[in-house]
Structures are given as structure tokens and as C-alpha cells.
Design a protein. Structure first.
Length: 226
């Protein structure tokens, strides 16, 4: 019983406090893309609700659709640019506002990570939508879209690796020296081959390709990768 206060003390000191410091640092250094990402989340939800429940079938639905599409692009791109800025490095002691709060995430390397995150979300959404329709033509359209987004995912990943070569953290050099990264890469390739084989033959269940797609993204985001 007497050890519980000490456990709580060390938990607070070495976990909660350090975690809160990291969270506050991210909120401070990346407040611009975080604000844009939150605007995208709110705008996306509002546009979806208004478009769904607005009884008047007028031109307003077109603006709701545009707002929904724009926010659907803005949110994952900003999220990826934040991740890219955190990975490629930020200087909290930079002398100017631009260098401290903008330059770390507003660059081609971080933008390529944003495109990668967008392609990941799009690929996963297209795969999950396959099982949401009973119409054969609609399912076939989602299957074709899933194949295209799978190819785009590879292109976006290659682009992120290429643009990162000019940064302080070249992804390719880190990748080839990390055995866990190589294992994850080959596992990702194997799952991709299974995905294409099953979709080309039409021999799959909805949950099979969902598990495959989800596993692919887990491998992309696993700690073993840079």
C-alpha cells in the first residue's frame, strides 16, 4: 500500500510531465498547420451534415460538396505536414517567426509526407467502401479506384523518399541501415501482391481486403520504418 504514492509520483514525473511538455511543444511550434487541420475537420463535418439534411435541392448542395472535398484534402495533408515537420526537424530557438513556426513544415519534404498521408487515407477509404454497396457496378468502381490509389500510394512514398534526400534526415539512408524497416517493406510488398491477385481474380471477401489494406498501412506507420 505504501508504494502506491511513490508509483503515482514517478508516473506523474517521468510520464505525464514529459508527455505534456511534448504536447505543448507541438501545439506551439505547429499551431498554424494544427489550426488549419482543425478547420478542415470542422468544415468537413459541417459540409457533410448540411448536404445530407438540407431539404432544399438548390445550388447550395454544390457548395457543400466543394467544401467537403476541399476539407477532405486539407485535413490529411496538414496532418502529414505536421508529421513531416516533426521528423525532419524544427529549431525552437530560431531567431525569426518564419524559421521557427513556418519553415519546419512549409517545405517540399513535409508536403510530400502530407501527400503520402492523403494517399494512405484515400486508399483505405476506397477499400472499405467496397463492402458498403450491394450494387455490382458500384463495387467494381470502388475496386478499380482502390487499385489506382494503391499505385498512387507507391508513387507518393517514392516521392517522399526522393525529396527527403535533401533534408537533414535522408529516409533512404536510414531505411537501408534498419533491418526492421527492410522486413516491413518486404511484408508490405507481399501484402500488395496478395491484394492485386485477389482483386484481379475477384476472389476475396470484404473483410479480407480490409485486413490486407489495414495491415499495409500499419507496416507503413510501424516503428520499424524511419
Amino acid at each position: 500500500m505504501g508504494s502506491k504514492p511513490y508509483l503515482a509520483y514517478y508516473f506523474d514525473r517521468y510520464f505525464v510531465q514529459r508527455l505534456s511538455q511534448g504536447v505543448y511543444a507541438v501545439l506551439d511550434l505547429f499551431h498554424i498547420p494544427l489550426t488549419l487541420m482543425l478547420i478542415g475537420i470542422v468544415l468537413r463535418g459541417c459540409a457533410f451534415s448540411f448536404r445530407q439534411y438540407d431539404d432544399l435541392n438548390d445550388n447550395a448542395h454544390r457548395y457543400y460538396t466543394l467544401a467537403f472535398s476541399f476539407s477532405s484534402l486539407l485535413t490529411p495533408i496538414m496532418f502529414g505536414m505536421i508529421v513531416g515537420g516533426m521528423f525532419f526537424g524544427v529549431d525552437p530557438d530560431a531567431p525569426t517567426y518564419y524559421q521557427k513556426y513556418v519553415a519546419s513544415w512549409f517545405n517540399f519534404s513535409s508536403f510530400s509526407v502530407g501527400i503520402l498521408v492523403l494517399s494512405m487515407f484515400t486508399y483505405l477509404a476506397s477499400v472499405y467502401l467496397i463492402g458498403e454497396s450491394d450494387d455490382k457496378d458500384t463495387r467494381d468502381a470502388y475496386i478499380q479506384f482502390a487499385k489506382k490509389t494503391n499505385v498512387i500510394l507507391f508513387i507518393a512514398a517514392a516521392l517522399a523518399f526522393l525529396l527527403a534526400q535533401d533534408s537533414r534526415h535522408p529516409l533512404f539512408g536510414i531505411f537501408i541501415t534498419n533491418p526492421a524497416s527492410i522486413i516491413c517493406f518486404f511484408a508490405f510488398i507481399i501484402l500488395t501482391m496478395i491484394f492485386w491477385q485477389k482483386t484481379l481474380r475477384g476472389e476475396f471477401t470484404d473483410w479480407t481486403i480490409r485486413v490486407i489494406a489495414g495491415s499495409q498501412l500499419v507496416l507503413c506507420c510501424s516503428p520499424g520504418l524511419p
